[in-house]
Design a protein. Structure first.
Length: 320
């Protein structure tokens, strides 16, 4: 578990200032008498993202959180990413650079090694904002029934300039499955380990929409999600962004998720499943699933890979 101060990290590249180059977060300390802080594991899947990886790593390490575990799952990058990882490896609990079958499998591989009580992943071109750990942990500590928290997310460009804010909204099964509307971004979410234990790992058949499918699976299982006020993460739009470059595969992933929900939905959601079945487009149809609506893709990811083993949306329902 690490909490390095700014002056212990490698010097930033010339001309880089502000968060997380020349600014850090103050150390987050519990008040006297409070329970120990829960440990956090952040898994960073990466492949050929040397242009952004160092900024991502620093945004995690400089959270000022004393119970932080960082795992880097690199897919065998040859662009200098390994050199960056080595510069920061004294603050990284575990890392590997080897072919891994794609981003979804890399995240699952990291989660299987994680020791944290709280879990997340952060793509290797995205960022956490100052105070992310403090704000998300405080909300989870305040409500033991909460399973997962999410936040507003700043969209940035390749030079880390802000463009617009992805506002987190209350998720429902209807929004996810009937309109394909991802109501919150993946960057900055944090969940309890019991979610992983009860609902399983990411669906390795999906290259693009594994986060959307996972949120849907949690909602079907009755898990409790909540919004953390504030913009606590950033996702980066750039020319190498995966979702932007392969929209047909992204669309096919969403159709697959919808069809499997229709096949596996519990009885009490049969009416939603029937409506989804009628609205689900043919893979050759590029129109949105709701009349007059606009299909919104969730945030893109940094790497891709072949499909693997599936995870049932309704295999594990929330009974505890």
């Amino acid at each position: 578990m690490v909490c390095p101060p700014l002056d212990q990290l490698p010097a930033p590249p010339a001309g880089r200032t502000g968060w997380p180059w020349t600014e850090g977060s103050p150390e987050f300390r519990n008040r006297s008498g409070e329970a120990p802080l829960p440990s956090i594991t952040v898994v960073i899947p990466s492949f050929q993202q040397a242009d952004f990886l160092e900024e991502t790593l620093r945004s995690v390490l400089l959270q000022g959180y004393p119970a932080l575990e960082v795992l880097v799952m690199d897919g065998g990058s040859t662009d200098g990413s390994v050199d960056i990882i080595r510069r920061y490896e004294k603050w990284i609990a575990r890392w590997v650079s080897e072919p891994d079958g794609g981003q979804t499998k890399a995240i699952n591989k990291g989660w299987r090694q994680a020791t944290g009580e709280l879990l997340t992943w952060l793509n290797s071109d995205d960022l956490l904002s100052p105070g992310w750990a403090e704000q998300t942990v405080k909300l989870l500590q305040a409500d033991p029934a909460l399973d997962l928290v999410y936040c507003d997310v700043q969209v940035i460009d390749s030079a880390s300039r802000p463009t617009w804010v992805y506002r987190g909204e209350t998720p429902t099964v209807e929004k996810f499955i009937l309109t394909w509307r991802t109501t919150f971004a993946q960057q900055g979410f944090l969940m309890r380990r019991r979610v992983l234990d009860a609902c399983g790992y990411l669906d390795e058949r999906l290259d693009f929409t594994m986060d959307t499918e996972y949120w849907l699976r949690l909602l079907v299982a009755g898990r409790k999600l909540a919004h953390v006020p504030g913009t606590l993460g950033s996702f980066r739009m750039h020319e190498a962004a995966k979702t932007a470059n392969i929209p047909d595969v992204h669309l096919a992933n969403m159709i697959d998720v919808t069809k499997r929900f229709c096949e596996e939905a519990p009885v009490e959601m049969s009416s939603i499943a029937e409506r989804a079945r009628r609205r689900c487009p043919n893979p050759a149809d590029r129109s949105p699933p709701s009349p007059g609506g606009k299909w919104r893709s969730p945030p893109r990811y940094a790497s891709s890979g072949p499909r693997g083993r599936a995870t049932s949306i309704v295999a594990r329902r929330h009974t505890d």
